[in-house]
Design a protein around this ligand. Structure first.
Ligand code: S3P
Length: 424
């Protein structure tokens, strides 16, 4: 395991940064292309390990992937895989592929690495079984996930108790293959990328902000231009917000409402934010974001805002520790089932750097002192913790050492070099 040392200058910076292609959209573009018959193009897909996992799984099903090109016989022409399908560290690969595979006449088994093999998969079972699919998970609800072999799916109406885009997408990617119409509802705040694309392709309709109707039909071959990832941009937005006088511009970022809760949060901390929509990708907004540092105060995050900033909450802890006042995050119990238990790993990260943080059942409290101390952070094999610790180094007079630092490559290979280059 590599330990990396980060030491960032105490000065302001000004930069324009192009961040890697959006992870959520890259998974969806590759899977939708693979479900379509013919040749699709996925331009600007994320370069990280999770997207490599989706590519590997699709290739094992007979889909031809070569650079941006995806050629497929369509989902009905996928071949029975010769071995279990390894999703690596990627929960999105496992959950979306479980839905995409649910109507197959063959069975397929999805596994992951040690971290993914501990994550909850039972949440997939009721919505996919409602469609008539066969799906099995381990006794304790974790992977392996075995799907398929049920015969044709029927349309169904379902309601899911958690605001999970992955579960909704799994249902929707199965439901387009059913013999009749379907509907899904859940609490709000989730990223609705899949819904927007299905609606754009004429395969679905939004009934209320959370209720979505799926019409069966073939996803067409298409050209996808994947915008930058707001969950990656959030690291450089935070670096700008942390230092009065800093400014960062990130062009061509996904501005899906379920992705940009963090911008509202950093405004709450006192940063200046400008976001301008410049276009759409199949109905999903894309634009330019500029963040300027103006001093930091504590803030509270709860409800749908916590869902719409879920992957960015470790950064909220860093901002809270380096601001003035108390920061509270609630309604974020889902953090417990991410790549690590992110309530524990976030609190541990702040404490390892001498900050004051307390875990709550569904979130955390951080006491802002305006600075952190040099120290060594265990990434808990979680890319977002490793990267948040590197950002925290901006508030430390000295070194931050990050254990298992290369895990950042799951979403952003070259991240540390990019951060260090902001001041050059
Ligand atoms: C994702 C949805 C979210 C998010 C994950 C990616 C997606 O997970 O945390 O990083 O691409 O659909 P849940 O749907 O499990 O909340």
């Amino acid at each position: 395991m590599t330990t990396r040392t980060i030491n960032l200058p105490p000065t302001a910076f000004s930069a324009t940064v192009r961040v890697p292609g959006d992870k959520s959209l890259s998974h969806r573009a590759l899977i939708c292309s693979a479900m379509a018959e013919g040749r699709s193009e996925v331009l600007g897909a994320g370069p990280g390990g999770d997207i490599a996992s989706t590519r590997r799984v699709l290739a094992a099903l007979g889909v031809e992937l070569d650079g941006a090109s995806v050629v497929s016989k369509g989902v009905a022409g996928w071949r029975r895989p010769e071995a279990v399908l390894d999703c690596g560290n990627s929960g999105t690969t496992m959950r979306l592929m479980a839905g995409a595979l649910a109507a197959q006449s063959f069975t397929a088994t999805l596994i992951g690495d040690a971290s993914l093999n501990r994550r909850p998969m039972r949440r997939l079972v009721p919505p996919l079984e409602a469609l008539g699919a066969r799906i099995e998970v381990d006794e304790d609800g974790s992977p392996p996930v075995t799907v398929g072999g049920s015969g044709p799916l029927a349309g169904a109406s379902t309601s899911v108790g958690i605001a999970s885009a992955q579960v909704r997408s799994a249902f929707e990617l199965a439901a387009v293959q059913a013999s009749g119409p379907s509907e899904i509802d859940s609490p709000g705040g989730f990223r609705d990328h899949t819904e927007r694309w299905l609606e754009h392709f004429g395969l679905g309709r939004r009934l209320t902000p959370t209720r979505f109707a799926v019409s069966p039909g073939a996803i067409p071959a298409a050209r996808y231009e994947v915008p930058g990832d707001p969950s990656s941009a959030a690291f450089v937005w935070t670096l700008a917000a942390l230092r009065r006088g800093s400014e960062v511009t990130t062009p061509d970022i996904s501005l899906n409402p379920g992705r940009i809760g963090f911008l509202q949060i950093i405004e709450g901390f006192g940063a200046e934010v400008e976001a301008e929509v410049t276009g759409t990708v199949h109905g999903d907004p894309v634009g330019t974001v500029t963040v300027r540092g103006r001093g930091l105060f504590g803030t509270d995050v709860s409800g749908e805002l916590a869902v719409a900033a879920l992957d960015e909450l470790p950064l909220v802890a860093v901002l809270g520790a380096l601001g003035e006042g108390v920061t509270r995050v609630r309604d974020a119990r889902e953090l417990r089932s991410k790549e690590s238990d992110r309530i524990v790993s976030t609190v541990d990260m702040i404490r390892a750097l001498g900050g004051g943080a307390e875990a709550l059942e569904d979130g955390f409290v951080v006491i802002g002192t305006g600075f952190l101390d040099p120290g060594e952070v265990d990434s808990a094999h979680d890319h977002r913790i490793a990267m948040a610790a590197a950002v925290a180094a901006a508030g430390v007079d000295g070194d931050v050492r990050i254990q298992d630092a290369t895990i950042a490559g799951i979403s952003w290979p070259g991240f540390y070099e990019q951060v260090e280059a902001l001041w050059s």
